[in-house]
Design a protein around this ligand. Sequence first.
Ligand SMILES: Cc1cc2nc3c(=O)[nH]c(=O)nc-3n(C[C@H](O)[C@H](O)[C@H](O)COP(=O)(O)O)c2cc1C
Length: 294
Amino acid sequence: MTASGTFGFGLEYADFVELNRLGAVVTKATTLRPRIGNPPPRTVETPSGMLNAIGLQNDGVDAFLQHKLPALSVYDVPVIVNIAGTTVDEYATLAGMLDVEGVSGIEINISCPNVEEGIDFCLKPEATERVVSAVRQRTSKCVICKLSPNVSDITVIARAAEAGGADAVSVINTLIGLAVDVERRKPVLANITGGLSGPAIRPVAVRMAWLVSKAVRIPVIGVGGIMNANDALEFLIAGATAVQVGTGSFVSPRASLDVIDGIEAYLQRHGFESVHDIIGSLDTSGKQPEPKAA
Ligand SMILES: Cc1cc2nc3c(=O)[nH]c(=O)nc-3n(C[C@H](O)[C@H](O)[C@H](O)COP(=O)(O)O)c2cc1C
């Protein structure tokens, strides 16, 4: 799959990528009303990655339903709509409006400020469960909850998403970072902080996908720093059932297709019949993590 916010609505890439070959197109976040997003600069390259603070710029759900979805329906690829809101009601309304033909699933971006509680939805298991359950009740589509790594224990939030009725979780969204312009002694981004993505976060993401896959019974979608098939295989072997390519598409628009071809070549080379033969096959025998300090 493509990762939300890095592949537009799929249409922008259609001249370069055979969309029908993808497992799914995951759209940029859609909100109830249009958003202009944050002022520039909104992105900056960092070692082995980038920071972004786009601020959920999008045309709103009405424009998505009127223009983007019909254009996407020409293709034979599942469409998963990433949604964002600031109240449980907003998420539920979005899910209800998107319960239409042409949409295969909803990915809930819970890394958003909860105006009712004054914290991010992703920080409290009760808030996560409430928002997932409200979405679940309003849609017949597949419900994916996208987890944030900016929490002390991601498995607690993953279990809450499962309890709320999620069909899958995607792991992970970006890690919060800060880049400083030392000459001006100012933050590089107008928003001060941004979300770190790219290869820099991959080991963090693989560990979290591994932990979550052991904590829940629903499938885990691995995302974070996948640039090629080898990177994707790390997630699958660690326990993810599917993967998303994000920042990798900025480096090479066809990165997601190269990942598919590379996984197929790996399976053939190793004599595996199906990708299911390697999912969660990480062999940790003979290895022992250091006991945690008291
Ligand atoms: C420019 C940019 C915009 C993003 N927008 C969204 C978004 O709208 N919703 C969301 O859930 N994740 C968003 N993400 C996070 C990605 O989907 C992904 O979780 C993250 O970048 C880690 O994957 P990567 O290292 O492969 O990019 C965005 C990431 C980037 C770089």
